[in-house]
Structure formats: C-alpha cells, structure tokens
Design a protein around this ligand. Structure first.
Ligand code: DGP
Length: 113
C-alpha cells in the first residue's frame, strides 16, 4: 500500500533501524522504545491487523510469531519478554499494518493500561 508507513519501511523507502529481514518479514527497532528491548516485527505483505492476517494466511501468521520469538531470544531477553499486537481503535493500534511489539529487558507491568 503506497500510503502505509510500514510498507515503506518494508520496501526500504523509509529509513529504520532494521535488525533482520527475509522474504516475508522485517524486524526493526521501535522509534519510541518503551523498554530496553522494543522491537517491531512486520510481514512484508500488507495486512491491517492480526485478525486479517490470521484469516488470510494462518501459515504466515504462525511464522510471524515464530520470527518474533526467535528475535527475542537473539536479543537476549532470557528473563522474559512480551509480544503485543494492538488491534483497532480500542486496542490502541496507531499504525494500520500488523506488527508485533517484542518488549523486554525490564520488569513489565500488568494489567495493560
Ligand atoms: P501501535 O501503536 O501498536 O500501532 O504501534 C506502532 C509503533 O510504531 C509505535 O510503538 C511507534 C512505532 N513507530 C511509529 N512510526 C515509526 C517509524 O517511523 N519508525 C519506527 N521505527 N517505529 C515507528
């Protein structure tokens, strides 16, 4: 999608601190980190949110989660981490290209706000 920020990052048209990429996924550091490790994982293919992705391609959705957990292990958050995918207005989603936040490196609070 031409007006999508994360499609622009996936295409390499918009700069980002990319730490991993393959044919299907791009992994980069969040521009406003809220934890010592705060990474975003996106599929190259545009899907608006996790529900749309899971309905369209469950195999890709599975590898999406696998990529995020692999990255978490590589980042060394061995004491624990959190995967978050905000969805829709009430879910607090600000960028409408599905992404997994990988958060770790400090004690994370719960419940979420
Ligand atoms: P969410 O609010 O769940 O849709 O998360 C969107 C995240 O994207 C938020 O944590 C900030 C991050 N973000 C927004 N714009 C950019 C950008 O241009 N570059 C990077 N690296 N991250 C961005």
């Amino acid at each position: 999608m031409s007006d999508c920020l994360f499609c622009g990052i996936a295409a390499g048209d918009i700069p980002a601190d990319v730490i991993y990429r393959d044919e299907d996924f791009v992994v980069f550091r969040d521009i406003v980190p809220t934890a010592p490790t705060h990474i975003l994982v996106i599929p190259v293919q545009h899907h608006e949110n996790i529900a749309e992705l899971a309905n369209a391609d469950v195999e890709l959705a599975g590898r999406f989660v696998q990529t995020a957990t692999t990255v978490a292990q590589q980042e060394g958050v061995h004491e624990g981490f959190r995967l978050v995918t905000n969805t829709g207005d009430e879910g607090g989603q600000s960028v409408r290209h599905v992404h997994l936040h990988v958060l770790g490196g400090r004690q994370l609070g719960w419940p979420a706000g």
